[in-house]
Design a protein around this ligand. Structure first.
Ligand SMILES: [Zn+2]
Length: 498
């Protein structure tokens, strides 16, 4: 579908209302797979973590993993869902080389958890995202296309299949459609995925690493004219970073608007998001549920979670991110707005860990929202991947507090940290960046400055303290900026007093 000129985002919002929906897959961090005892370690040699069950060999029978069911129920409870008292697995029938059984064991019309919600904060507003369902299924294997330039099937000479991932428990979390958020749609989508990731991380049931694929997101987007029915939606598959979630919604809104503006119609289809351009391109037309010939899985007993067990799991839920943030906000003595900017920057946990490593909340916030956020934005990476650890930031601040580094020198040391040169103390020593605090050296530099500027010295002696700036500048120059300006000022004034 060719589109000529894209409208601006403001134009799209003035003519259309977006509706979004998100389907998120989370690989559970259980020790073994969903229906067999194979291990689930990431990065193992291909096809070393397989058995007759996850290879779909004839005569093998699945047995459900209780730890995975428990983890799914805990996710459902954290998302305020109703937990089914009785439900079944279902077979989803389709052929794909990385799915050796020719069907995936999933859940269809009887999901384990239904009808919940997750509150997210965007621009100081709370948006309640309805949760349609949370269900449990098994992951597929992985196909590697080799011999081509792009790693895609086109141009590849061979395709290899690794079944290590086949059968790893996968939780799918599906939102209800989210209308009424207008221009905020891309931010709401991102905030939802970030909050969901934090909830699941807090529960400790998955490492939720988007870049490794243990959390994957499909983003549904549609546009309609105000007052009209919701438009046809497209589904952008496997969006693998928070930033990409936001970009995928925005770019799909722009593309759909240009199609609709030209009098065209939107095709219901899956689309692929391209990290490099931020665009989506057409995938396949979307299957409907009837294409999959779902039926209840005959090889597994129904699930009937005991009410008392569910109540126990609910009572034992940890403090969830929203509550946790409210507590931190009080402890750190911040306004709602300050906390929101920390949240937007993805810095809550980083600041918390920096404080735990000994920095004050103010200092931790200053580094992560200032220098480090700027750097992360410039490089287009998440803050947590910027290259400095909370412990290093805390150490840097300790050096500033102890008078060994000025703010300016600290920024240079941070450059070294980000360049992978090691911890702040080591970099300070290696680069010779310590503040010149040796009073002997400073006094010599001050005497030199006074000798070179006798008229200025005379003014200061006469009570004009503002003139000290010239001498301070001269001393800073001699010490290559490695003296603390405040100390220099005090020493100059003391030298010329009376
Ligand atoms: Zn297995």
């Amino acid at each position: 579908m060719s589109t000529s000129v894209l409208p601006t985002y403001d134009e799209v919002i003035s003519r259309y209302e977006p509706v979004i929906g998100l389907e998120t897959h989370v690989e559970l961090g259980t020790a073994t797979k969903m229906f067999c005892g194979c291990p689930t370690v990431f990065g193992a040699e291909p096809n070393t973590q397989v058995c007759p069950v996850c290879l779909g060999l004839p005569g093998s029978l699945p047995v459900a993993n209780k730890a995975a069911i428990e983890a799914t129920i805990r996710i459902g409870l954290a998302l305020n869902c109703t937990i089914a008292t009785w439900c079944r697995f279902a077979r989803k029938n389709y052929f794909y080389p990385d799915m050796p059984k020719n069907f995936q064991i999933s859940q269809y019309d009887e999901p384990l958890c239904t009808d919940g919600y997750l509150d997210v904060e965007v621009n100081g507003e709370t948006v309640r995202i309805g949760i349609e369902r949370v269900h449990l299924e098994e992951d597929t294997g992985k196909t590697l296309h080799v011999g081509g330039a792009t790693g895609r099937i086109h141009g590849a000479t061979e395709s290899l299949v690794d079944y290590n991932r086949a059968g790893i428990p996968l939780v799918e979390i599906v939102t209800k459609p989210v209308p009424g958020i207008g221009a905020l749609a891309p931010e709401v989508a991102k905030a939802y995925v970030a909050e969901l990731r934090d909830v699941i991380r807090t529960l400790g049931v998955s490492d939720v690493r988007m870049e490794q694929g243990s959390m994957r997101c499909d983003v549904n987007t549609s546009l309609n004219k105000p007052g009209e029915e919701w438009g046809t939606r497209t589904e952008t598959k496997n969006v693998n970073s928070l930033r990409s979630v936001e970009r995928a919604v925005r770019s799909e809104m722009l593309r759909q608007a240009s199609v609709l503006d030209a009098g065209g119609t939107i095709t219901q289809e899956t689309r692929h998001f391209h990290e490099d351009t931020g665009d989506t391109t057409s995938g396949r037309s979307k299957e409907t549920a009837t294409d999959y010939r779902y039926f209840p899985e005959p090889d597994l007993a129904p699930l009937a979670p005991d009410a008392e067990w569910v109540a126990r799991l609910k009572a034992a839920l940890p403090e969830l991110p929203r509550v946790h943030r409210a507590r931190l906000r009080a402890e750190w003595n911040l306004s709602e707005l300050d906390m929101q900017s920390i949240l937007n920057a993805g810095a809550v946990e980083l600041i918390e860990r920096t404080v735990a490593a000994g920095a004050s909340p103010e200092a931790a916030r200053k580094w992560w929202l200032g220098e480090l956020s700027r750097r992360a934005n410039a490089e287009g990476v998440e803050l947590e991947s910027v290259g400095a650890t909370p412990a290093q930031v805390a150490q840097l601040q300790t050096l500033v507090d102890g008078g060994k580094l000025t703010d300016k020198l600290a920024r240079q040391v941070l450059e070294g940290v980000l360049a992978g040169e090691g911890d702040p103390e080591a970099i300070m020593a290696a680069r010779g960046l310590e503040v010149v605090s040796d009073t002997g050296a400073l006094t010599a530099a001050i005497d030199e400055a006074i000798a070179a500027n006798p008229d200025v010295a005379e003014k200061i002696r006469g009570g004009n303290q503002a003139a000290a700036g010239v001498l301070i500048g001269a001393v800073m120059k001699t010490t290559k900026g490695q003296a603390d300006a405040k100390t220099v000022r005090e020493l100059v004034l003391a030298r010329l007093a009376g």
